[in-house]
Design a protein around this ligand. Structure first.
Ligand SMILES: Cc1cc2nc3c(=O)[nH]c(=O)nc-3n(C[C@H](O)[C@H](O)[C@H](O)COP(=O)(O)OP(=O)(O)OC[C@H]3O[C@@H](n4cnc5c(N)ncnc54)[C@H](O)[C@@H]3O)c2cc1C
Length: 443
């Protein structure tokens, strides 16, 4: 502390989730003067692994995609390549429900044609995609797929898949921002199918991974390296601009000034403290849907059905008490004792907001009863762990172009104030790592 009423530091980062930690890691490598302020007493934000009775439970993300160089660079820089665990590829299948029973999603074109996952007319309808003119405006995911591939294709294949990622409503999601690569194929080649054929490199299922002790291995490793730079229990309660500097107030008390400010906190949190009223209103438009995550440890021997796969996703017409279930220990055997299985059940999203208001014990009974029927399970629930994200996953809605444009305008008006996080330019952990890595080079 100097003799003024504020502390000075060159760069301040708000939030110690993967975005803030990645930034911190790279600034630390370059001996930069910086501090990270984190409102909770933990690092990691959405990345949160809990070990219970020998089960490794992920409250937030379960896997990280290797879909960009920045992820690989961060892992090598932290020297944790050897701690990576790749999924058991033999069990990488996904399931959907048909008449309440698990059915495997075909993994090749021939399997798809032979399967009864779609009706014959829906399969024929797909071929007509190549004749449909490209869309002019940014459509919703629902309108895009209904128009190009037919409603059945959307309802059976697209809606469950996106529920697994965003837990949102495909009628309100922007195709341009949610499935950017697909949208670009249509825009560049006039047809998604022709685009796939011409651009053979289009990879829609990149590899993913976890770590020996869960994804928190990654955030813990960064924490070890920069722990002196992180201020825990330090909620930033206001941001103002004083000349060319930015001033933050921590816990309504201590003030800090900096010339470079990066915020990685959620949009709703930033909207409460930012000095610009217009930006605050815009950030409030971003809706975060709630997600309840329930981990169940069960006895392997007592499961009758074949659940060797990544997991199952549901569609609204399945009328289930969950959005999806990940069969964690089938893809990552190390997350459960050898004779047990770990499952992660996801409930909520925009589709099941009401269900989340149900009494917790009743909801638990309903989920377990649904699961028993689904996989013919007759054993005990030997481990239970749950977590509620009241504001879980930000939605990239139809106004997303406007939102990102206004955020950019604000950044242009306020030199060295950067807004990032999972609500713009990509939601996945790998997107957050990439954005933070790129930005760190400019600081
Ligand atoms: C249930 C769930 C499942 C997911 N599954 C996957 C998956 O399988 N794969 C994948 O790639 N992605 C997944 N995601 C998305 C991914 O986890 C997140 O997008 C990513 O981790 C966000 O990181 P972040 O650092 O940008 O933000 P956050 O992790 O939200 O971190 C922001 C930090 O800011 C802190 N903060 C908030 N307000 C303040 C304040 N006023 N002052 C100081 N600090 C503050 C918070 O405490 C938090 O630590 C999932 C997300 C959820 C919720």
């Amino acid at each position: 502390m100097n003799n003024r009423s504020f502390n000075e530091v060159e760069t301040i980062i708000l939030g110690a989730g993967i975005s803030g930690l990645t930034l911190g890691h790279y600034l630390n490598n370059r001996d930069k003067d910086f501090l990270i302020f984190e409102s909770s007493k933990y690092i990691g934000g959405n990345i949160s692994t809990k070990n219970k009775k020998g089960f490794i439970c992920e409250n937030g993300p379960n896997t990280i995609l290797i879909n960009n160089k920045s992820v690989q660079n961060l892992i090598s820089d932290l020297k944790i390549k050897n701690d990576i665990i790749y999924p058991n590829n033999n069990n990488n299948k996904r399931f959907l429900l048909k008449k309440g029973k698990l059915i495997k999603i075909p993994q090749s074109f021939t399997q798809f044609i032979m399967s009864n996952i779609l009706s014959l007319s829906a399969k024929v309808r797909i071929v007509f995609e190549i004749f449909i003119r490209k869309s002019c405006n940014s459509l919703s995911v629902y309108d895009f797929f209904r128009r190009r591939f037919g409603k059945e294709f959307h309802d059976i294949l697209i809606e469950p898949f996106l529920t697994g990622v965003y837990a949102g409503n495909t009628r309100k999601m922007s195709i341009k921002h949610v499935l950017k690569k697909i949208w670009e194929l249509e825009q560049n080649y006039g047809s998604v199918i022709l685009g796939f054929i011409k651009k053979k490199s289009a990879n829609i299922s990149p590899k993913s991974f976890n770590f020996k002790n869960g994804l928190s291995d990654l955030t813990n490793k960064i924490q070890q390296k920069i722990k002196d730079k992180i201020r825990f229990n330090s909620k930033v309660t206001s941001i103002s601009k004083i000349g060319n500097l930015y001033e933050i107030t921590v816990n309504n008390d201590v003030k800090y000034r900096c010339s470079k400010l990066i915020t990685t906190i959620p949009a709703y949190a930033l909207s409460e403290i930012i000095f610009d009223k217009k930006l605050s209103q815009i950030l409030k438009k971003i809706y975060y849907c709630p997600i309840y995550v329930l981990h169940l440890g069960i006895e392997k021997q007592k499961i009758k059905d074949d659940i060797s796969g990544f997991g199952v996703l549901t569609k609204p017409s399945d009328n289930k008490s969950f959005l999806g279930i990940i069969f964690n220990s089938r893809i990552f055997p190390h997350v459960a004792p050898i004779d047990k299985d770990l499952m992660t059940v996801m409930v909520g999203g925009t589709r099941q907001e009401k269900l989340l208001k149900t009494d917790k014990n009743l909801l638990f009974d309903k989920i377990v009863s649904d699961i028993r029927k689904l996989i013919s399970y007759s054993g005990q629930i030997i481990m239970k762990h749950d977590f509620l994200w009241e504001k879980g996953i930000p939605q990239y809605g139809l106004d997303h172009d406007y939102i990102t444009k206004e955020i950019k305008n604000f950044e242009n008006k306020n030199k060295d104030l950067h807004i990032m996080g999972n609500y713009i330019n990509g939601i996945s952990v790998s997107d957050c790592i990439e954005k933070a890595s790129i930005l760190s080079k400019r600081l």
